[in-house]
Design a protein around this ligand. Structure first.
Ligand code: AMP
Length: 362
């Protein structure tokens, strides 16, 4: 089975690592040479719109998937019209690439989201601020990730400044949610329509970037878990989805509000490599090639810490009991995700001291 992956970043690299034991082979397409997945498999270096690069990429592939949600939808459709099976479906990309389309889609499915308004002019922004109130968050509709293209508006004076820095393109204004915590649900749907969900994960972000995930999230009632699974399944079924889907959530007074979704394996699912019966990467591959899905049951308790901008000394990390180190082969640069560490234990009481030891190294 030869799997093509659009995007050759760390997610692609971890997909390949999960696919090799199942006898799969991989080819990647990415405009950046020396991308993290290229160290493990063939990479076609080319733009996603480049016909000649796409020709070289699809030659002999059994199935195509993607690890990057800003792959042009047109590319995925074009591959599909050549008779290539591409999963997840292009509709999932279309929804996830535009925050406004995404929020409307979630609302249509009866899934709660923060209040929002579509903004294309300064007057629309002022009107939306009076309707939604402050604080609020102004975001670019497209191409935002890791908190990029966002401004928090706290007082009326922030409105003009936010417009000056982000105006001129399609924007969305959202109410600022004073959440108790951020959670995410990862769900997988197979080619036959069957689906499984991982336990809710608790996430901590700093400057818009995920720093830490605790898995399973503490103090999750069965009702909250089933609320998350139910909303994820509504999205999966509506899209006829195949693969792993992540939905980022805010918990407010015991209820969930959906922030955004990612039609791919997700950073908040990295703990599943050691912490679940079947990792998100293996389950994504199982679903796109049509194999039975694996159990999502957790193995003990895990904390995942992202390595941002700088890589600590490997020997010191690995001296911490229960520590697993994953490096993506990327050069150090401020704000860049270079790797992650998963700390696992059978007893959750063991984790805080291990986390403290690793945090000293970061
Ligand atoms: P996003 O790119 O939408 O995932 O936003 C990055 C991070 O910014 C989120 O994980 C939250 O921590 C924060 N954030 C985004 N939208 C809101 C909101 N409407 N209210 C409060 N915090 C938000």
């Amino acid at each position: 089975m030869k799997v093509g992956v659009l995007g050759a970043g760390q997610l692609g690299r971890m997909l390949a690592l999960a696919g090799y034991p199942l006898g799969m082979r991989f080819r990647f397409l990415d405009p950046a040479s020396e991308a993290p997945a290229s160290h493990l498999a063939e990479q076609v270096v080319g733009e996603y719109e480049d016909e000649a690069a796409l020709d070289r990429f699809v030659e002999g592939l059994d199935v195509v998937t993607y690890e990057f949600e800003n792959v042009p939808v047109e590319t995925v459709r074009r591959l599909g019209s050549r008779g290539c099976s591409v999963y997840p479906p292009p509709e999932a990309l279309e929804v996830a690439q535009d925050r406004l389309v995404e929020k409307r889609f979630l609302r249509e499915l009866g899934i709660a989201t923060p209040e929002f308004a579509s903004i294309s002019t300064y007057d629309e922004l002022k009107a939306a601020v009076s309707r939604i109130g402050l604080p609020a968050v102004l975001k670019t509709g497209r191409m935002g990730y890791d908190g990029k293209g966002q401004r928090v508006l706290r007082e009326p004076g922030d409105v003009t400044e936010a417009w000056e820095s982000l105006g001129g393109r399609a924007l969305i204004l959202e109410s600022f949610v004073s959440f108790e915590r951020e959670l995410s649900v990862l769900a997988v749907r197979g080619r036959g329509g069957e689906s499984v969900c991982y336990p809710l994960v608790q996430n901590e972000h700093r400057t818009g970037i995920l720093r830490r995930s605790v898995c399973p999230a503490p103090m999750v009632t069965p009702e909250l878990q089933s609320e998350a699974e139910d909303l994820a399944r509504r999205v999966l079924d509506r899209l006829g989805y195949v693969g792993v889907l992540a939905i980022e959530l805010f918990e407010v007074e015991g209820k969930l509000l959906a922030n955004e979704m990612a039609p791919r394996v997700h950073n908040s699912g990295h703990w599943t490599l050691e912490g679940a019966e079947t990792s998100q990467f293996e389950n994504h591959l199982r679903s796109v090639v049509g194999l039975p899905l694996g159990s999502t049951a957790p193995r003990g308790y895990s904390v995942m810490l992202n390595l941002i901008g700088k890589v600590p000394d490997s020997a010191s990390v690995l001296a911490v009991p229960g520590a697993h180190l994953h490096l993506y082969g990327k050069a150090e640069r401020p704000g860049r995700k270079l790797g992650h560490i998963t700390l696992s234990a059978d007893d959750p009481q063991m984790l805080p001291s291990r986390v403290a030891l690793v945090e000293e190294l970061l």
